[in-house]
Design a protein around this ligand. Structure first.
Ligand code: C6P
Length: 424
């Protein structure tokens, strides 16, 4: 079978040259080659979850067919092989996001669990009543609700940085919210509802001038652009494998090692301890301290394979190609009468959210599905963003590196068909 690796060996990939061969890339994704409701599938729901290449499913199958055993527990060969593969995946993540050490990489269920972990360990350890946690108006519910839970537990104050009309982040608004009681900034890198790319490096620099630690929700950034946590200088960074062609139920919390070392455990159980007696337990050092119980072994190894795959293509090339798709998609759908794009910030990544006059997004989603086009409709787990724009929901097309301009044409044609059905 032809795959990305073979392509990369002869000539480096380059956008706008035949070498970034999206047709060849698509061959690695069997799921894309099917008809839905009698039409060729156009999968544009990548922000919800992207699809996996055979290299990832193959790595998981290989594990179960040849090596599988529990990790960190056995002296036998299978356990050692699987432990090695699991820890190799940690090193792959480390290099992928340029962390200083593999000990800064904690495997969790996903972005949601990573943020809850920080709230319930770092947050509970350090915050007291009256302390302020700062988030932005564009956050996903997973970066709102964990802080509300902490607010109910500790009496902290949750403050919200207002966004601009175009859905962009304002550094001035951010600075205006900083007070003597600000103890943590927790913000998203890329908005799932709007596509806005936020100025994380600048925000982190401003926060650190006041010794305020920074947590970044990178769920929609890591799949679409190179991310360097040392360059961003954030203290924590969270992301999910299933949005970057890896398995579901596995994700990463990056944390600076000196902070992780100071944090209490999240859950108690096997593998997170040095010694246990009925009187006392000595916890393991990070990252084991935060990985209680048998982890998602196959998911972690699948994540490692997804990273290999993405790196073979190259994150810069993925970012450039997806940017081309977004620019093309924006141009095409902007011409559709009655369609309004929600989120028009200058810097955006891979997300095209829109409403079409008089058609509820759910109706639009159903008509598009009849045309084989998969998009997400709804509030995208970002209800405050919908409130900001005074709308109940949007239709959202979200792109991955295996999408094509032809698919965007199919999206536009399907929207026009919906408009025709509603006849306005
Ligand atoms: N957004 C979307 O359709 P989990 O579910 O833990 O893997 O990721 C949560 C999450 C956190 N932050 C951002 C910015 C996200 O986009 C998501 C997941 C999906 O937009 C499902 S709601």
């Amino acid at each position: 079978m032809q795959n990305v690796r073979e392509h990369n060996m002869s000539t480096p990939f380059s956008v706008n040259t035949p070498v970034f061969d999206v047709d060849a890339i698509r061959k690695d994704f069997p799921i894309l080659h099917q008809e839905v409701r009698g039409k060729p599938l156009v999968y544009l729901d990548n922000a919800a979850s992207s699809q996996r290449p055979v290299q990832v499913t193959g790595a998981i199958q290989h594990l179960y067919h040849h090596d599988y055993a529990n990790i960190h527990r056995g002296v036998h060969t299978l356990s050692q092989r699987t432990t090695q593969a699991y820890e190799d995946a940690r090193v792959k993540v480390q290099h992928f996001i340029n962390a200083s050490s593999e000990r800064e990489i904690v495997f969790v269920r996903g972005t949601t669990e990573a943020i809850n972990l920080v709230a319930q360990t770092f947050g509970r350890d350090r915050l007291q009543a009256g302390d302020e946690v700062l988030i932005s108006h564009m956050e996903h519910h997973s970066n709102i609700v964990p802080w509300q839970i902490l607010r109910d537990q500790l009496g902290i104050v949750l403050k919200v940085i207002p966004i601009r009309e175009d859905g962009s982040f304002s550094l001035d608004n951010f600075k205006a919210q900083l007070t003597e009681r600000t103890r943590l900034l927790s913000v998203m890198h890329v908005s799932n509802a709007l596509g806005t790319v936020n100025p994380i490096k600048e925000m982190t620099a401003i926060a650190h001038e006041r010794d305020i630690p920074v947590l970044v929700d990178g769920a929609q950034a890591v799949p679409h652009m190179p991310v360097d946590v040392r360059e961003l200088d954030c203290d924590f960074y969270a992301f999910s494998a299933h949005k970057m062609s890896g398995p579901s139920g596995i994700g990463v919390l990056y944390g600076k090692l000196d902070l992780l070392k100071q944090m209490s455990p999240y859950q108690g159980g096997g593998d997170m301890i040095e010694t246990v007696t009925f009187e006392n337990t000595v916890y393991a050092e990070p990252p084991a301290r935060f990985e209680a119980g048998t982890p998602n072994i196959s998911g972690t190894i699948g994540l490692g394979a997804a990273i290999d795959y993405l790196q073979t293509i190259g994150m810069e090339k993925i970012a450039a190609y997806e940017n081309e798709l977004l620019t093309y998609g924006t141009e095409i759908v902007s011409k559709i009468p009655g369609l309004r794009i929600i989120g028009t910030a200058e810097k955006k990544a891979s997300v095209l959210s829109f409403v079409v006059k008089d058609i509820h997004p759910h109706d639009l989603g159903t008509i598009l599905d009849n045309e084989g086009v998969a998009i997400r409709t709804g509030h995208h787990c970002a209800q405050p963003v919908m409130d900001f724009f005074n709308i109940p929901a949007t239709a959202r097309a979200s792109f991955a590196f295996y999408n094509t301009k032809e698919e965007i044409d199919q999206l536009a044609a399907a929207i026009l068909k919906a408009i025709d059905i509603f006849k306005f």
